[in-house]
Design a protein around this ligand. Structure first.
Ligand SMILES: NC(=O)c1ccc[n+]([C@@H]2O[C@H](COP(=O)([O-])OP(=O)(O)OC[C@H]3O[C@@H](n4cnc5c(N)ncnc54)[C@H](OP(=O)(O)O)[C@@H]3O)[C@@H](O)[C@H]2O)c1
Length: 247
């Protein structure tokens, strides 16, 4: 396991699901971890669990879709922890429906959290990474950004945008030793995917060469790899963690 001692990692959407597992996996690998989400009780309880195990963690209330709040919250946390070496832009939502039935609000809300959120959070954290000439930014996209998915034009557009953002920013900041990569999970068991009925779930599983749904651990492992010092020559990459669903 890579050693993240004396590094600080901030994970957005760390209250549950993939984000929470990513945050925990950095903490157990020695990093000081900032759990960020809108839900203070949820992140506080995750942080407390880790602190009880003598790991370093803190909670940060953060609504990624609110640029003013992001600015204030990131400035405050940077003052407290001194630096952020690893940023994982994980917060994301879905508001699914076919385009002809999709309301403008559902289109805007998904783009505002999934894509505008990455802009705001990264913009506030990047200057400190550039100054210290070290940083690892990992953006969570999705297999559907590569395949498309009926009923998700808003979500798929946001996730495809994240891939573009990743590659463009990787070119901007590489000279300062800041890497920017994306992780594209396939279908992962979390609250986000709970709506799928048994029949669809079985059909989906059949389509996946590895014949199983992904776990939050599968994704957290890939993120931690890209954040490691050893992955320092990887930038602008999209790492598929999808059981072979798309290749
Ligand atoms: N599950 C999958 O199959 C799958 C597949 C591909 C990609 N992904 C991506 O993986 C990421 C995590 O998904 P998940 O399945 O773990 O979803 P989840 O269980 O629904 O968790 C979503 C997380 O995002 C946070 N969030 C939502 N809106 C936010 C906002 N405005 N500001 C800050 N945080 C916000 C939530 O925190 P609060 O509600 O506490 O704020 C929560 O922690 C998402 O980007 C998702 O698109 C998931």
């Amino acid at each position: 396991m890579s050693d993240f001692a004396s590094q600080v990692a901030l994970i957005t959407g760390a209250s549950r699901g993939i984000g929470r597992k990513i945050a925990e996996s950095f903490a157990v690998a020695g990093a000081e971890v900032v759990f960020a989400s809108r839900n203070l009780p949820a992140i506080e309880s995750a942080v407390e669990e880790l602190r009880n195990g003598s790991y370093q963690a803190r909670a940060l209330v953060l609504d990624v879709s609110n640029p003013e709040q992001v600015k204030e919250a990131i400035a405050k946390v940077l003052e407290q922890v001194g630096k952020i070496d690893i940023l994982v832009n994980n917060a994301g939502i879905t508001r699914d429906s076919l385009l002809l039935r999709m309301k403008w609000e559902d289109w805007r809300e998904v783009l505002s959290v999934n894509l505008d959120g990455i802009y705001s959070v990264t913009r506030e954290i990047l200057p400190s990474m550039l100054r210290q000439r070290y940083g690892r930014i990992i953006n969570i996209t999705s297999v559907v950004a590569q395949m498309g998915n009926a009923g998700q034009v808003n979500y798929v557009s946001s996730k495809a945008g994240i891939i573009g953002f990743t590659k463009a920013l990787a070119r901007e900041v590489g000279a300062r030793n800041v890497t920017v990569n994306a992780v594209a999970p396939g279908f992962v068991e979390t609250e986000m995917t709970q709506g799928l009925d048994e029949k669809n779930r079985r059909q989906l599983q059949e389509m996946i060469p590895l014949k199983r749904i992904g776990t939050v651990e599968d994704v957290a492992f890939g993120v931690r790899f890209l954040a490691s010092k050893e992955a320092g020559y990887i930038t602008g990459h999209v790492l598929n963690i999808n059981g072979g669903m798309y290749m």
